[in-house]
Ligand binder design. Structure first.
Ligand code: ZN
Ligand code: ZN
Length: 347
């Protein structure tokens, strides 16, 4: 498709980005599709890209359009695309697999050896149109709207983190009540965890965690989290960390029971972590699992199932919605501790 579109453009390798109205509509290759973006959500990664953190500096090569959580309508398909048609409603899987490496060939495309990421290595979804490979399109069932569709990618991260810990009947602790942690609380409840405790430092996010079904919330900024977690409680079977905070990981390792499980999803901002490996991992025979992204597309199907079950109150994971041109307001609201996902509307 020819023409121009609006989008958020990061032109230079420095803090900030601009709303532009005369960006070229991206052109598609033979395996690509062009999607008219209906809803796009702001991810933690975008919170690094806009202010140009070290994480962003190591990965992003401006000029580019960023953003990668989205849902919309297919308006054009490349000549080799047979599985997706014009008019399909799709959400985007962020991880672009090579389809050739050992991981891809063993059904682990989400940890492809040559993985690229939409909105990080390629132009993203903070725009009216996005072009990407059909491999990364998840067809939305009719009963999933665009808003929920744009939440499936981060919900998949939440789901993957809870799924590996097999939480049914277990006492589960979730660290971090950002959008992904919030969804993890609801997913753990939907998957019949016996008890879910949620931790955060923002009272508004803890309120949202209660609405999501948390049996107990703890403000980890105001209290000794480890004793609060253990207080009056049966042994902690599972801790899932969505913060990446070294302190949270250490606390989780201390709080989890012998033979328990700790799942790391949040990204620490340093590799120089001091962790109680001897005391709280080896001697306790704790299983520690790293989780990234979501399985393509098993986790997506699990998310759709849970949404359909009606016992997962996804509305509490949705924050405010802003026109795309007001993206700065959305980023500011997130910084101020707004609970739930901030959504941007390009149209
Ligand atoms: Zn993301
Ligand atoms: Zn691969």
């Amino acid at each position: 498709m020819k023409g121009v579109m609006s989008g958020i453009y990061k032109e230079f390798p420095r803090p900030g980005a601009e709303f532009r109205t005369e960006l070229p509509i991206p052109q598609i290759g033979p395996r690509d599709i062009l999607v008219k973006v209906r809803t796009t959500a702001i991810c933690g990664t975008d919170l690094h890209i806009l202010p140009w953190s070290e994480y962003a500096q190591a990965r992003i090569k401006p000029p580019m359009i960023f953003g990668h959580e989205f849902a919309g309508d297919v308006v054009e398909t490349g000549r080799q695309v047979t599985e997706i048609k014009v008019g399909d409603r799709v959400a985007g899987e962020t991880h672009i697999p090579c389809n050739n490496c050992a991981q891809c060939l063993s059904d682990n495309r989400h940890i492809c050896e040559n993985m690229k990421i939409i909105g990080v290595h390629t132009d993203g979804s903070f725009a009216q149109y996005i072009a990407f490979t059909a491999d990364c399109a998840f067809k939305l069932p009719d009963d999933i709207d665009y808003t929920v569709g744009s939440l499936l990618e981060p919900m998949g991260v939440a789901m993957h983190g809870i799924d590996v810990a097999r939480v049914e009947g277990k006492n589960v602790v979730v660290y971090g009540c950002g959008p992904i942690g919030l969804m993890a609380v609801g997913i753990a409840k939907a998957l019949k965890a016996a008890r879910v405790t949620a931790l955060d430092v923002f009272p508004k996010k803890l309120d949202a965690a209660k609405k999501m079904g948390a049996d107990r919330v703890i403000n980890s900024g105001e209290t000794d989290a480890v004793s609060a977690i253990r207080d009056n409680s049966e042994p902690v079977d599972v801790v899932v960390d969505y913060t990446g905070s070294p302190q949270a990981i250490r606390e989780g390792m201390e709080a989890v029971k012998k033979g328990g499980c700790i799942v790391l999803v949040g990204l620490p901002n340093t590799n120089d972590l001091t962790l109680p490996i001897t005391q709280d991992l080896i001697y306790k025979e704790v299983t520690m699992i790293g989780v990234t992204g979501r399985l393509m597309y098993k986790t997506w199907e699990q998310c759709v199932q849970i949404i359909r079950s009606g016992i997962f109150p996804i509305e509490f994971a949705i924050g405010e919605t802003y026109p795309l041109r007001d993206f700065q307001l959305a980023f500011d609201a997130i910084k101020d501790g707004m609970p739930g996902k901030a959504l941007l509307l390009p149209w």
